[in-house]
Structures are given as structure tokens and as C-alpha cells.
Design a protein around this ligand. Structure first.
Ligand code: HSE
Length: 328
């Protein structure tokens, strides 16, 4: 399976490292970052690319662009891992549209295009008989979309509640455990590389809400937008509020909730008892799915990070290869 990759930041490098370390039967034939690119139909020496990026900040030759990769690259799957733009979804939306139109499968970690244009992109993918997969957009390494689409097929999901934003969870954990101020904890979260480029997306609950929109549209076809989510972030929370919860042997977590049947989508800080299954530490994510047949299922894992997000991207690529390409 030949891969062209757009984006060579933390996630892109995580994918490249995994492909070069593991015998997955994948070959990277083109890569572009924001300032350079490299194309070789016979397969790129990805260790060279990783070293060049580390020493020069460029993955390839200046002047070779993402458009060049899409149009001139020889690939079966476009892996689109450029940063999220939640307002217009561009330029990723254009890249994905071009690749699907050209009959290429697409795997992405980019929340913007999936949250804003899910139906249109899926229709395009179906019309070209290719796959668009996006497991990495929600809860990083947790295979939540696979679980909802495949593992729990046939169940009616009555509710889904979870911690969808690692940055907020980290801030709340550090404020409670170490008594850090909100701004100190946010600074730490940014240093860890978990926060969005604009961390107001995290702390105002927008990142969690985007993930709910992706699930609502892709799993339940609710056709909602960010405007349909009732959002309260953690930016107004004080250490006093956390201390008050602590006095009750409770703590506070930013919880996203979907009740599909009622079209309820909500993100808000909630007081939970300390032994609640959604009270996870640091940057972990956790999601509880309530179903009619399987009962209650909770998935816990790393919601972001280079290698963790690469795990979800590679699982999507291998799913396309093993469950789709080889059967058609
Ligand atoms: N900023 C996000 C988070 C990254 O903190 O969860 C993963 O989507």
C-alpha cells in the first residue's frame, strides 16, 4: 500500500517512525510539510526524511508543495495530518476533496473537514468508490469510531458521555492534585504539546464539541454543526470550585454528552465522584457508551500524542487495505 502524506509535524513524524520501524507492508511515496516536499514513486527513505526534518526543519525540497504531492504523487492512500482549522477546514478540505475526486482513499486526523463537511466528503468518497476514514479525529488512540460502527453494530446507543479533551483533563488534574493555578496548568499542557495551536479551542470546550459533532454526524447521521452543541468550557472554573468538589469527595471533569434520540449534544464541567469511571488522570480520554444489548462500555486511553495518533491513522490504513482493497 503506497502512502502520500501531507503534514510532517508531530503526528506525521509519528506515522513515519512507525512505518519505518514496523514491518507493516506500507511504503511512503510522497511527503509534504508547509514549506517543502519529496516525491518518489519507488518509495522514500523515511529515515532520511526524519533526519532532514530534525536538522533543517524541512522534510524535502523547498518549492514542492502539497498540491504537487496530490497531483504528481503515486499513491493509494492520502494521509492528511495537517493542523486543524475549525473555521473553514482549509486547506485540508481542498486536499482531501482533490484526492477523493482522483479516486484515492483518504485517512485523516484533521477535525475541521470531518466536522464541517462530513456528508459532502462521504458522498464524494462513495461516488469514487474509495474510503474516507477519520478514527484519529476523536480520542486519539482509542478505537472509538471502530467500536461504535463495527464492534457495537446492531446495538441502539442511548447515550454517550466522555472526556474528549486531554488538555482540559490535564489542567483539571493538575489544579486539583498540585493546587496549580489555571494559567500555570494551561502552560504545562501547552508545553506537553497536547493543546491546540489556539488553546482557547481546548479550554472553552470547542475541541470537545467538534468531536461530538463528528460522532453525531458520522455515527447517527444527525446532521448537526457546532451551533447545535450547548458548550461551557473550563476557563471560568476557579480553584475554589475544585476545592468545594474535593470537600464532597468529588472532582470536576469536562464532559461531552450525546443523547442521539433527543439530538442533545452538550459539553460542560461536571462534578463527579472520585471513583466515577470517567474520572481519569492527566491527558487521558475516557468514553462511556450506553447501549441496549451490550450494556455500558467504557473505553479509556490516550487522546492525543504523536505515536498514539499514529496508531489510529495506521489502523485506518490497514483497515482499508485488509477489509476493503483486498476484497474488491
Ligand atoms: N487538543 C486536543 C486535546 C488534541 O487536548 O485533546 C487531541 O484532539
Amino acid at each position: 500500500m503506497r502512502i502520500a502524506m501531507l503534514g510532517f509535524g508531530s503526528v506525521g513524524r509519528g506515522i513515519a517512525e512507525a512505518v519505518s520501524e514496523k514491518d507493516l507492508g506500507l511504503s511512503i511515496t510522497a511527503v509534504a510539510d508547509s514549506r517543502s516536499g519529496i516525491i518518489d514513486a519507488d518509495g522514500i527513505d523515511i529515515r532520511d526524511v526524519l533526519e532532514r526534518k530534525r536538522t533543517t526543519g524541512l522534510c524535502g525540497t523547498p518549492g514542492i508543495t502539497a498540491e504537487d504531492v496530490i497531483e504528481s504523487g503515486v499513491y493509494d492512500v492520502l494521509v492528511e495530518v495537517t493542523p486543524t482549522n475549525a473555521d473553514s477546514a482549509e486547506p485540508a478540505l481542498g486536499y482531501i476533496t482533490c484526492a477523493l475526486t482522483a479516486g484515492r482513499h483518504v485517512v485523516t486526523s484533521n477535525k475541521g473537514p470531518v466536522a464541517l463537511r462530513y456528508d459532502a466528503l462521504m458522498q464524494l468518497a462513495v461516488s469514487r468508490n474509495v474510503q474516507l476514514r477519520y478514527e484519529a479525529t476523536v480520542c486519539g488512540a482509542i478505537p472509538l469510531i471502530q467500536a461504535l460502527e463495527i464492534g457495537l453494530a446492531g446495538n441502539t446507543i442511548t447515550a454517550l458521555n466522555g472526556v474528549f479533551n486531554g488538555t482540559c483533563n490535564y489542567i483539571l488534574t493538575r489544579m486539583t492534585d498540585e493546587g496549580l493555578s489555571y494559567s500555570q496548568a494551561l502552560l504545562e499542557a501547552r508545553e506537553l504539546g497536547y493543546a491546540e495551536a489556539d488553546p482557547t479551542y481546548d479550554v472553552k470546550g470547542i475541541d470537545a464539541a467538534i468531536k461530538l459533532v463528528i460522532l453525531a454526524n458520522s455515527i447517527w447521521g444527525l446532521n448537526v454543526s457546532l451551533d447545535d452543541v450547548d458548550i461551557t468550557g473550563i476557563d471560568g472554573l476557579t480553584t475554589d470550585a475544585l476545592a468545594l468538589a474535593e470537600d464532597l469527595d468529588c472532582t470536576i471533569r469536562l464532559i461531552g454528552e450525546i443523547i442521539p434520540e433527543k439530538r442533545i449534544l452538550k459539553v460542560s464541567p461536571r462534578v463527579l465522584s472520585k471513583d466515577h469511571s470517567l474520572v481519569v488522570r492527566d491527558t487521558l480520554n475516557a468514553v462511556t457508551v450506553e447501549t441496549d444489548m451490550a450494556g455500558e462500555i467504557t473505553l479509556i486511553g490516550r487522546g492525543a500524542g504523536s505515536r498514539e495518533t499514529a496508531s489510529a491513522i495506521i489502523a485506518d490504513i490497514l483497515f482499508i487495505r485488509d477489509c476493503y482493497v483486498e476484497r474488491t
